[in-house]
Design a protein. Sequence first.
Length: 565
Amino acid sequence: MCKCLRPRKDFLVLYLLVFLFSMVLPPAALMPPALASTGLTSPYKDVPASHWSVKHIVKMNFRGVVMGYQDGSFQPDRGVSQLEAVLMAVRNMEDADGLEAIDTDQALNLAVPAWAQDNFKRELLYALEHKLVVPAENNFNATNHASRAWMTQLMVRMINKDAEASALAAQTPDFTDENQIPSWARGYVLAATKYELISGFPDQSFKPNQIITRAQAVALLSRSESYLALEDSIPRGQVQTVSEEQLTVKIKGDTRVYDIKPQTWLFDREDRPAAWDTLKKGDYVFLMRENGVLQYVDISAVELWSGSIEGKVTHISIPASVLVIEDTEQKLQTFVLKADAVALDPRGNPVSLDNIVKDMEVEIKIDAQGDADTILVRDTGNAAGSAGIIHALDHTGRLLIIKNAMGSFHSYRFDDNTRVIISNLRFPDMKDLAVGDEVKISAENQTVVEIALINPQQELILSGKIAIISPERRLLVIEEAGSIKTYPVAGQVDVIIKGREFPLLTDLVVGDTVELQVAGGEIAVIKVLNRSYRDIMKGTVVAVDVENDILVIKNEDTELKSYEV
């Protein structure tokens, strides 16, 4: 072999150090370069207008989600680190109020480089608080590259679908290489493909271990925008007029005029940069603006809606696909519910159409055919009935408080004429219902006419002693007030034991007194009340039982304490 091809050892060491250092970005590398002041110029010198992800990179650059390097490059093909991905996800959520509320004086229980702790502690604490990263899972390493499986988990958590991923964890993803998908990632892969956050490859594989590049990460995060509350920063509307200098768009009933500048980006339905004569009256667009000047316009591939009508629900029949509302002018409007119609709560989260009931104040989005496409719930305070969780049940005062799917609380009276429906139970009454039960009710004048049990004990807080624990089957049997009850344990359960950092389900023991929080019919939080851990305890050994592995110590308070070793 030619000597010129044989690398020197000291050169290899230097190369390795440079490679490792490049995986940990200093704060300066996260600063955006100056944008071109004139002309339609890419914000990064290595991302030409022909690049497949230029639309996503340009948009995320304007939003401040992703930034490049001081030399003006973006390095789209460079592998993204897990730390980079988490910071991108936090910025993508645009939760300014949530970030402001973070107490930055608390400790950051996450291993990150010093520069990240110094410059991005607030964002990282936010990521921990919102469980984008769960330290107890031991699958976060700041400098490791983000794989497709790991990035999928991050995105599902970012759009608040973690519980759904847990429910899907036992199913098998339909990919040719599903055996390579880690067990912890299966539910996340299924949830992400359901919500079209990520897809497989033409050969029907998923490639869970493939490294995500910076361009791919930006494109994936871009797909999540429809599940986040981003309408203030990326409003959607319909083009009314367009000229070389101005664009008029109708957004939620309001007509708005924006100035077009030479550096305003326009993307067509194929995600490619386009000329302004591509845009026509009636096109549906996403746009970004600053001080009335357009920065970014994206022609939507589908019509979002042709208009909207606000009013109060007077009738809804899901089997018949019929919705009737009384509009703001007291006129009745009848709509056909599209087969894929969706309902959203005031926070933009999807809710079941079964939760849309008479007297709810809503805004109906109508498609080009005049059919109801989207139901935006505005208020539920005057609703004559709803589905939800029993929050309180007072038999003496005959008072019922329901927490509905939108998170609102509503109070009702019940009487001897209230009809109770519980499957497989003859002659049920209100005493057969309990706090935490999921029910559907109909009411008149704030009095319950009929109440039906949907699922028992879906959301409640209770205390008791652990009788049986099965970590393998994720079941917990609790003795409460003399009765024995069995509950399934959520896949992402939070176990809290004072003095113990990141306790697991296996740290629980039979006989523990616990407080449980049940959500969606599963135990979401387990707090141990009867014992705690101490990091350091000083004392004198009194006895050692080698046969039973018992150690007896007299502590500094002269108390005798026995411990299993």
